[in-house]
Ligand binder design. Structure first.
Ligand SMILES: *Cc1c(COP(=O)(O)O)cnc(C)c1O
Length: 410
């Protein structure tokens, strides 16, 4: 059978898995437990000798249907879903790393990931933060203890774009795990596998779910890494093809030990949301381009950060790698214009901390999501006190433009 396109594959994914009654949506299965007539079969499932369900923290049919959709979207080998994006990141790192290991991370990070890496340091895992827009900085931070390199595709709020291809090549040459957080681009705009990623993070809460009505996260293994090269795989997971050992360990240890499993109701919401991902994101990106261009020439805006502007330092890289430039942009205001006043004058744009919603959301980042990290780290990340981050939705562009005109003009 020919390989179908992104839309077709996702829309028909549940139906193709032979569901009960020919339903087009995988059913929501709330059951936590699974009963067996033959107790020997239950034991075989526990021992991995037979495929089957044991307990809801480890496996749920509705969640598996969503995992399969994401695997297909990312062109991966297998996916594990978690309760949130942070749960996916934390469970993966705690499953794969040990005290004494070292990781290299982009310094331009989602705030909560930055916070988690601080926690890892308290458990004896060393983290180097580097400017990952240039692979040379990643290379000079590597040590003989380095196990993994972590980057985001488009970092928020300043929209730096990591040197994705060169870091992929570096990781592949050195046998390192290359973990790419694809949340900002989603598999519709970019496939991290194409630059040699080993593991892909998606916060399903954002563009994949897309409606701000369910939390979720996932890890996808691209199937291109020989995990027999990785020292931290437990013997019990060294079964079958070594490309599958890593995701098996994340699935077993991550869900069992951390227990941040995705619920079946949320999985259903996220799966339905994912069906319109390309439609929503194309429109959000087009709206973001118009709004960023408007802000970029406005006298009350000091700087506009958006990969779709010619002036963006990685504009050429974004054009080469991504289908379009994303739906997040940020502005710094000129001195004397207050970010809170600007936000309060907006009628359509909502002051809110989420992103990737169908609605346009805005947040004064230095005073909210990046407040706790303090002024020094904020300055090192290029975050000004007046900065506002916009997550652009699918509203009518004229309504958004008139909001921006009215809010910025005073
Ligand atoms: C939101 C986000 C996360 C965390 O996802 P949650 O579902 O909110 O836990 C991770 N990475 C990036 C880039 C994000 O934007």
């Amino acid at each position: 059978m020919s390989k179908k396109g992104f839309f077709t594959t996702n829309l028909h994914s549940d139906r193709k898995s032979n569901p009960e009654h020919g339903v087009l949506h995988k059913a929501v299965h709330p059951s936590v437990a699974y009963g067996y007539d033959d107790a020997r079969e239950l034991a075989a499932v526990f021992q991995g000798k037979k495929a089957g369900y044991s307990y809801g923290r480890q496996l749920n049919p509705t969640v598996i249907a969503l995992q399969n959709r994401i695997t297909k979207m990312e062109d991966g080998l297998d996916t594990v879903a978690f309760a949130t994006g942070m749960a996916a990141i934390a469970s993966t790192f705690l499953s794969l790393l040990r005290a004494g290991d070292h990781i290299v991370s982009s310094a331009f990070l989602f705030g909560n990931t930055n916070s988690f890496f601080g926690t890892l340091q308290n458990f004896g895992i060393d983290v180097s933060f580097v400017d990952a827009t240039d692979a040379a900085n990643v290379e000079s931070a590597l040590t003989d203890k380095t196990r993994l390199v972590f980057v985001e595709t488009i970092a928020n709020p300043v929209t730096q774009i990591a040197d994705l291809e060169a870091i992929g090549k570096l990781c592949n040459d050195r046998g390192l795990i290359y973990c790419v957080d694809n949340t900002m681009t989603s598999p519709h705009l970019f496939l991290p596998k194409s630059v040699g990623a080993t593991l892909i993070v998606n916060s399903l809460t954002k563009y994949i779910g897309g409606h701000g009505n369910a939390l979720g996260g996932s890890i996808t293994d691209c199937g291109n890494y020989d995990w027999s090269r990785f020292d931290n795989i437990y013997d019990t997971y060294k079964k079958g093809d070594p490309t599958s050992w890593g995701i098996t360990q994340i699935k077993k240890k991550g869900l069992r030990d951390m227990g941040a499993s995705l619920g079946p109701e949320a999985a259903h919401h996220l799966a339905v949301g994912s069906e319109t991902l390309p439609l929503r994101l194309d429109r959000s990106c087009a709206n973001a381009q118009r709004l960023a261009e408007f802000c970029n020439q406005h006298k009350n805006v000091n700087a506009t950060y958006y990969p779709g502007l010619d002036s963006h330092p990685q504009h050429e890289r974004a054009s080469r790698l991504f289908k379009s430039y994303g739906a997040i942009f940020s502005i710094d205001l000129v001195a004397g214009v207050d970010c809170f006043d600007v936000l309060n004058r907006m009628e359509t744009v909502v002051s809110s901390s989420n992103l990737g919603d169908t609605r346009t959301l805005a947040i004064p980042v230095a005073h909210t999501i990046y407040f706790e990290m303090g002024p020094e780290r904020r300055a090192s990340m290029g975050i000004a006190d007046s900065m506002i981050r916009f997550s652009v939705g699918i509203e009518d562009i004229d309504d958004l433009l008139s909001d921006f005109e009215a809010a910025l003009e005073r």
